[in-house]
Design a protein around this ligand. Structure first.
Ligand code: SF4
Ligand code: SF4
Length: 404
């Protein structure tokens, strides 16, 4: 479970499109056999003028400039499907596509307003919703269990819980946080959060091509971690994208903490957790593999093991599962491009996924990335399935199965 997958990047942080071919990771594009698997597996491959295969062909022909003037990669939701399927192990989603997107961003005549607003909010307030940084910690007042804040403590803790944005501010994300707090408390985890000092980890800004914003957020968070050096042993985050940022990007700035996403972290505590799951939940559940956790990090079985540990849960699989899972459409800036996609007449990926979930006969769509709850709930509502299917984070289901 949770393999050290082959998708781990070793790309140096100073890699750019100009020096791309000077690095082993960059030279890998020369091994591209133009098989088209990347384009074929891409959920928006049919609407992209320049899917990864063509980008590489243009790069090799010295014609990449043309790609910079296309909106093609605004349709890339950073789902890691192309990278997972590439027979030459080219780090498309992780390295090449963000570099190309950076240039596209510079050349775009107009950034779609919803995306522009989310990026401005992230820069100004530290979260894409534009919520007050002073209210980041407000959710902790609505829990039954104490949520310690590291800066207010006089002793070190074992786990620094990096909550992230949607799980701090979005009402349904807060349900996930309250559930996690209950589970951590039940397990006796010695934890604290950063509270109002925490800001977005920045991975989606990076994946949309806003490298400058990502750098600003990365510098801020690294400074915070250094300030609390020796006050925590490891980091656990509820954000699948934050997990990716900490695991693959932050080490370039000296980040060397052990980091876990909450799903594999809870899986490590499964034997301790099982006796606490005493309430039977007679749900038929289907699980949506989050792209970052599944395809990018190989955590396919941990979320399923947590779900099947709940008494009464019957797990059923969607047609596309594990490595073939369809993205919710929220990564790589997609979270703030629904209006743009709608105007183009594209089917939202969240709706495509909800149709698959309903086809299984499941009454619960279980998720593990904080972006997904609002995306899938909205899609279910739009499709008229909100009476048939509820969307629940796995942490919410686990907390529900705990008697008190
Ligand atoms: S899947 Fe890999 S090898 Fe095949 S065209 Fe795409 S980048 Fe090239
Ligand atoms: S990361 Fe996903 S959306 Fe982006 S090009 Fe690859 S397959 Fe398409």
């Amino acid at each position: 479970m949770g393999t050290e997958t082959t998708l781990v990047s070793e790309a140096p942080c100073e890699i750019t499109l100009e020096n791309f071919l000077e690095f082993p990771e960059g030279r890998k594009v020369l091994s591209c056999i133009q098989c088209g698997l990347c384009a074929g597996t891409c959920p928006y491959g049919d609407v992209m003028d320049y899917p990864p295969r063509r980008i590489i062909a243009m790069l090799r022909a010295g014609m990449l400039e043309k790609v910079f003037h296309s909106e093609s990669l605004l349709n890339c939701v950073a789902c890691y499907a192309c990278m997972a399927k590439c027979p030459r192990d080219i780090r498309l989603t992780e390295v090449l596509l963000p570099l190309v997107k950076e240039e596209i961003f510079v050349h775009l005549p107009e950034v779609p307003p919803e995306l522009q607003k989310a990026l401005q909010n992230t820069l100004r307030y530290g979260n894409p919703m534009g919520e007050s940084p002073r209210k980041r910690v407000a959710w902790t007042k609505t829990t039954d269990v104490p949520i310690p804040i590291l800066g207010e403590m006089s002793r070190p803790v074992d786990v620094l819980w990096f909550v992230e944005c949607y799980t701090s501010y979005h009402p349904r994300g807060q349900d996930n946080s309250r559930a996690l707090a209950k589970i951590f408390n039940g397990l006796g985890i010695d934890f604290a959060i950063l509270g109002n000092e925490e800001k977005c980890a920045g991975e989606c800004a990076r994946l949309v091509g806003e490298a400058g914003l990502f750098g600003t957020l990365q510098d801020y968070t690294m400074t915070l971690f250094r300030r609390y050096e020796g006050r925590f042993n490891r980091i656990v985050t509820s954000g699948a994208h934050a997990y990716d940022a900490f695991r693959y990007q932050y080490p370039a700035l000296g980040f060397d903490y052990q980091v876990d996403h909450t799903m594999p972290f809870l899986f490590q505590h499964l034997e301790q957790l099982k006796p606490m799951l005493s309430r039977k939940l007679n749900y038929r559940v289907t699980y949506h593999d989050a792209c970052c956790l599944g395809r990018h990090n190989g955590f396919y079985e941990e979320p399923r093991a947590l779900l099947t540990a709940i008494p009464g849960v019957k797990l059923v699989e969607m047609t596309h599962n594990r490595i073939n899972s369809i993205c919710c459409g929220g990564g790589g800036g997609g979270m703030w491009l629904d209006t743009y996609y709608k105007a183009k007449g594209y089917e939202r990926l969240s709706e495509r996924r909800v149709k698959e979930a309903v086809a299984t006969g499941a009454d619960v769509l279980a998720i593990s990335c904080p972006y997904e709850v609002s995306r899938f709930e909205d899609a279910a509502k739009v499709l008229g399935y909100d009476n048939k299917l509820v969307v629940r984070d796995i942490s919410e289901l686990l907390a529900e199965a705990m008697q008190s």
